[in-house]
Design a protein. Structure first.
Length: 171
């Protein structure tokens, strides 16, 4: 995606939509007031919350593994871009660089954000998508509140993990 046709964003919050009880990512423009809200699954929200909260896990999670694989292959994550919305599904792209070879990999926005946070890569949204779907959200959150929300999400996921048994997954 052309560098001029994107707007840089930051992860403003990971929230739970009260009406659907579904996690949602808020990606806010760095130079503007609009935000893009993307509904994600609970495991993906937890992975992002872990990254935001700096939670250390005894074994690498999938997104940690991906960053390690990229490093092992002498590739780097240059940026991620949420590219489009098709039939109520958002799409994203990892922009990798291996030597001088650029590589684009299609992925879910939740995975793109989780990997970007772990790799320290910037996050972008296509300008066209932000123009179509971006909303001005009257939100006075600061970084402490975002960290608290991430911590709450991690706590909820830990409670879920403590409450399940392997037998719960058998047919």
């Amino acid at each position: 995606m052309d560098r001029e046709s994107v707007v840089q964003v930051m992860l403003k919050a990971v929230r739970v939509d009260l009406s659907s009880n579904t996690p949602v990512l808020l990606l806010k423009e760095l130079e503007g007031d609009r935000s893009l809200a993307i509904f994600v699954g609970a495991p993906e929200a937890t992975a992002i919350a872990y990254a935001v909260g700096g939670v250390e896990v005894p074994r690498p999670m999938t997104h940690d593994l991906l960053v390690t694989i990229l490093e092992s292959l002498s590739a780097s994550l240059e940026r991620v871009v949420v590219t489009e919305l098709i039939d109520r599904t958002y799409y994203a792209e990892l922009s990798l660089l291996r030597g001088t070879e650029p590589i684009a990999v299609s992925c879910r926005p939740s995975d793109a954000v989780a990997v970007a946070l772990r790799a320290g890569a910037p996050i972008f949204v296509s300008t066209e998508l932000m123009d179509q779907e971006g909303l001005v959200i009257d939100d006075e959150d600061d970084d402490e509140e975002v960290a608290e929300e991430a911590e709450d999400l991690v706590g909820m996921f830990r409670e879920f993990l403590d409450s399940i048994d392997p037998e719960d997954f058998q047919p």
